[in-house]
Design a protein around this ligand. Structure first.
Ligand SMILES: N[C@@H](CCC(=O)N[C@@H](CS)C(=O)NCC(=O)O)C(=O)O
Length: 367
């Protein structure tokens, strides 16, 4: 089982500090990736399968490993932990894909990409997949020749304030300064919101999330906005975490989903059905601990799902038992969620619960 860490507050802090030090040591963003010139992009640009005859799956198999673009500095989603290993829900998702393709969840290389460069790096062909707390929006989907696979985390945009500021509603942000990261939906949504509700507040922005939290702690801004998950995680290392609250009102919904280039429907199907396999495994109560019991199952739904009958995997160019590989090596959705977000940060499942428990997580049939 991957990165099974028992998270104590100390370890958590060490991990987060370690991750921040790592980023400082390597230069804040774009640690492993430089944006190529447009000429280099043109050379690297993966051409449609119809033109090259080489599918994305074959490219990955020939290379011998998957390349995933991640945030790299966001505990719970993707960061380098105290043991120097990448961890987080976005990271485990990439490992699940590697397990499905190679029967080896470790056959994946992670590259840190900033919010600003993420879509260009994906389009340049340097990464196979962007698994980086990225919100699905129509303009991103349509505009950039990109495809979003199903969300792996349903988030919302929230606002963090000091509880002694007495700010309780978004309207009370009038005449205050609000910190927000650049090149994000958080920035666009904040502008829309202030405009729509005629709230006159100042916006203080930066590409550097850590700088924004510094501004907030120095009271250069009286509120900070972003995906609620990251506010919850980052709040844990503020000087006095209990002094800060997330307002009950939300600015927007932020479905975070993996992204790939719109060019190869087999690759899209693989990434999509790996997501569904994680959800379906939870729904069928199959996890990394009990999967052996299910090898002897006589239920046709389970036999098909685990690839003992039928050819669901091979129809997509994978092994028929790709779901077994994922569950054995990485776990089901619930295991991934608890390992990365539930246990370390106490983040409740909420919208990320299965549909039958009131959430939005739902898999179409494995038929
Ligand atoms: N989900 C939002 C926000 C994601 C996001 O990139 N958030 C900030 C805060 S964690 C970030 O990663 N900033 C660091 C950077 O710009 O590289 C989006 O897709 O735009």
């Amino acid at each position: 089982m991957f990165n099974q860490i028992s998270w104590t507050p100390k370890l958590l802090l060490a991990a987060l500090v370690g991750s921040l030090m790592f980023s400082a040591a390597t230069g804040n963003h774009s640690k492993n990736i430089a944006i190529h010139s447009s000429k280099a992009n043109a050379i690297n640009q993966p051409r449609p399968q119809s033109e090259t005859g080489v599918s994305q799956l074959d490219r990955i198999k020939n290379r011998g490993y998957l390349i995933c673009g991640v945030n790299g500095e966001l505990p719970g989603f993707s960061f380098v932990n105290a043991e120097g290993k990448y961890a987080g829900i976005d990271v485990d998702f990439c490992r699940a894909i590697a397990a499905a393709i190679f029967d080896d969840a470790s056959q994946v290389q992670f590259r840190d990409v900033s919010a600003e460069e993420r879509f260009e790096v994906l389009k340049s062909g340097e990464i196979d997949l962007l698994s980086r707390n990225t919100t699905e929006t129509l303009s991103r989907d349509a505009d950039g020749n990109l495809d979003f696979t199903p969300p792996i985390f349903y988030d919302a945009q929230g606002v963090l304030v000091n509880r002694y500021s007495k700010i309780q509603t978004l309207k009370e942000l009038a005449n205050k300064t609000i910190c927000v990261p650049e090149n994000t939906t958080s920035y666009d949504n904040l502008q829309d919101y202030l405009h729509q509700f005629e709230i006159s507040a100042k916006i203080l922005t930066s590409r550097d999330r850590e700088a924004l939290f510094d501004f907030y702690e120095q009271d250069r801004c009286q509120a900070i906005t972003g995906d609620i998950s990251q506010l919850i995680v980052r709040k844990t290392i503020l000087a006095n975490p209990k002094d800060h609250i997330i307002l009950a009102q939300h600015i927007s919904q932020e479905p975070l989903a993996p992204v790939l280039i719109h060019q190869d429907s087999q690759w899209f199907d693989i990434v999509k059905w790996v997501t569904f396999a994680l959800i379906q495994a939870e729904e069928l109560n199959i996890n990394s601990e009990n999967i052996n019991v299910y090898h002897k199952s006589k239920e046709s739904e389970i036999r098909r799902f685990l690839g003992m009958d039928g050819r669901l995997g091979s129809d997509m160019g994978l092994a028929n038992d790709f779901t077994q590989r994922i569950i054995e090596q990485v776990g089901n959705y619930s295991e991934i969620y608890e390992r990365n977000l539930g246990q370390p940060f106490g983040l409740e499942r909420g919208k990320n619960a299965l549909w039958k428990e009131g959430g939005l997580m739902y898999s179409p049939p494995f038929n």
